[in-house]
Write a protein that binds this ligand. Sequence first.
Ligand SMILES: NC(=O)c1ccc[n+]([C@@H]2O[C@H](COP(=O)([O-])OP(=O)(O)OC[C@H]3O[C@@H](n4cnc5c(N)ncnc54)[C@H](OP(=O)(O)O)[C@@H]3O)[C@@H](O)[C@H]2O)c1
Length: 380
Amino acid sequence: MTPDSTPAVPATHRVLLLNSTRDPYDITVVEQPTPQAGPGSAIIQILGASVLTFGGKVFSGQIPYPYPTPFVPGSSAIARVAAVGPDATTLEVGQLVFFDCFIHGRDNPNSLILHGLYSGFDAGSNKLMENEWRNSTYAEYCKVPLENCFPLDERRLLGNPADGGFGYSTADLMFLHTISIPMGGLRDVGVRAGEKVIIAPATGAFGSAAVVAALAMGAQVIAVGRNLEALEKIKLLSPEGRVRTVQNTGDVAHDVQELTKFGPANVFFDISPGEAAKSTHFTSCIQALGRGGRVSLMGAFMELTLPLMSMLQNDISVKAKWMYTKEDMRYIIQLAEAGYLKLGQAGGIQTATLFPLEQFEAAFDAAAKTGPCMQTIFVP
Ligand SMILES: NC(=O)c1ccc[n+]([C@@H]2O[C@H](COP(=O)([O-])OP(=O)(O)OC[C@H]3O[C@@H](n4cnc5c(N)ncnc54)[C@H](OP(=O)(O)O)[C@@H]3O)[C@@H](O)[C@H]2O)c1
């Protein structure tokens, strides 16, 4: 990634093209005409694009996400603005931006897609991804909605510490994407500084990012997981001791006792994969909440059994959340620019593994094995 070059848009560029959904992959790297900016859009030069832990499963069809084919897959990205449409008011060519892959219909904000991954829940969403926003960021350049480009204070984030910068790399900035998802749930239930927030599972990609996010918001964290070694790494995220860890043993009474050792918690945040739908942590974490406790459920699966009697005795409220709002995204960037959210080595986040487009299989494999506070990135 070269953070200091202003791009000129070439006539053609390299993209990762998913021809059809097939296992093993039906994906090739090809040269295509570079898209042009029009009203409402910008062309960004991709410096790095995030790879999800389950991205390989989605693009090989093992997880059946809807998307049109052929198309260029992708995700959120750190990028430089290469061209802007005539209605751009503040975005400028050369500016460093975070591109947010969560695209909303302009005439219907309920039409939602994850650019390069998921064509949404209704016909309007499908239309967005079939046409205007079909090709995503696993490419050298990408056409994106103006409003999905969040300007970054380059001097502050990438600048030399001697000049008041944090000295991050653009790869470090990519972790803003991993944080954005749990931040959506944490803000949705109004996490406040000083509150005790149980995060379970805390050892996965998004769970560990939830710990980073909650710490940046000033909360105390109780990190829950099955794997003690991974939990030890999570504990290191707070040298000042704001992270305690509790193992999910499957014994609810024992786990509740451990979780409430220092008093009842205010919030329980979950971001489980499907395999965890029957995990006992849902019951133990909810039973560890105090009166008026709030629950944010972000794990995406069909059905879940919750301990309703404890919930009604304690006035527990439950919210489910998909992704995050634009305000959440601005807040994350503000926290990073203010220094409350620490990225890269300073934040205990492992240097990303960077892959060129040609090594897509290796990138998807590496992402699937991602441990806590690690990330995998395509650098086209
Ligand atoms: N709502 C949204 O907007 C949104 C957006 C993106 C993703 N998601 C959800 O986030 C989930 C997690 O994604 P990720 O990338 O963080 O996955 P990941 O890195 O693979 O992490 C999975 C976590 O789940 C734990 N786990 C796995 N099986 C378990 C079980 N049977 N019982 C208890 N814990 C179990 C793992 O802990 P161990 O260390 O104990 O194995 C690990 O901490 C996705 O599957 C998706 O459902 C939601």
